[in-house]
Write a protein that binds this ligand. Structure first.
Ligand SMILES: CC(C)(COP(=O)(O)OP(=O)(O)OC[C@H]1O[C@@H](n2cnc3c(N)ncnc32)[C@H](O)[C@@H]1OP(=O)(O)O)[C@@H](O)C(=O)NCCC(=O)NCCS
Length: 261
């Protein structure tokens, strides 16, 4: 069997069933993929693990499908983190940064495990690392978006130039590559949209490696981070941003949830 561990230079990574005993060192980054559409009994199990804050967020969804997917997304997050920490999923507490980035509450957990998640339609991705910031973004590729207008509003000048130079047939995909890479980077930084999206450039040409090319506020930033393309599932674009360059990626399929991908 091929190893699940790939170097940061690899373009795409395959998804593997996780081993029973997971090991995550300082130079590893794990990304998990999960299917959020689950049976009512599985959803009820995940719901039991949520805290009051997550339950009240779940209650605020208007559509039951969105509520259920949120419950599963948080339930799987707790189950994944619990595996690394050897703790019960319902014993974990989260805190949130000013801009909403979740982190583990306890000081000792905080020293070690860092994570980020993204969900789109019925799929979620979770990035987990030890001692380095991570950001992940996943988007279902929609053909009905006003991609050109959104790009003009949010992407940088050079990203827009690169996008417009591509053949029409590649532009929607390139738009989503750009979007997920920009989002993964701002999610790794944790500053939300307070970090102006046009103040940094990412690569976006399909087939070329993901990269943070320039950061105008601080030119060293581009060297501090690395970006990776993730092939989440057919019809999605996804990217991972990680602090540093000396890391290897392992991609795991959440065991109970792989049947529909
Ligand atoms: C909230 C935001 C961080 C991501 O939002 P999103 O892409 O809609 O949603 P995702 O599914 O990728 O991520 C949501 C998860 O990110 C995490 N998150 C929330 N705030 C975060 C922050 N400031 N930094 C990092 N992660 C954050 C949470 O875990 C959240 O999941 P939850 O609903 O279970 O709590 C933020 O970047 C945003 O609002 N972006 C707007 C998108 C946009 O306009 N993009 C322009 C084109 S580039």
């Amino acid at each position: 069997m091929k190893s699940a561990e790939m170097t940061a230079a690899d373009f795409d990574a395959p998804w593997f069933s996780p081993p029973e005993h997971l090991s995550l060192g300082g130079n590893g980054v794990h990304v998990w993929r999960a299917n959020l559409d689950q049976s009512p009994s599985q959803i009820a199990l995940f719901q039991n693990d949520l805290d009051d804050n997550e339950r009240s967020r779940a209650d605020r969804f208007y559509f039951s499908r969105d509520r259920e997917r949120f419950i599963v997304a948080r339930g799987v997050l707790r189950a994944i983190l619990g595996r690394y920490l050897n703790r019960a999923p319902n014993s974990l507490s989260f805190r949130y940064s000013t801009h909403g980035k979740p982190a583990l509450f306890s000081e000792s957990d905080l020293d070690t495990i860092q994570f980020n998640l993204s969900h789109s339609h019925g799929t979620a991705l979770y990035a987990v690392s030890r001692g380095r910031e991570v950001g992940v973004d996943l988007e279902f590729i929609r053909g009905d978006l006003e991609a050109e207008q959104i790009a003009e509003r949010f992407f940088s000048h050079s990203e827009n130039e690169t996008l417009r130079a591509l053949p029409l047939s590649l532009r929607t995909y390139a738009f989503f590559l750009c979007w997920t890479r920009k989002e993964a980077y701002i999610k790794a930084r944790g500053e939300g949209l307070s970090l102006p999206l046009d103040q940094f450039d990412v690569s976006l040409i399909p087939g070329e490696p993901a990269a943070l090319l320039n950061t105008r506020s601080d030119s060293d930033e581009a060297h501090r981070w690395s970006l990776r393309n993730l092939t989440a599932a057919s019809g999605y674009a996804a990217a991972l941003a990680t602090e540093g360059r000396d890391w290897t990626l392992s991609c795991w399929q959440w065991p109970q949830l792989g049947n529909q991908l």
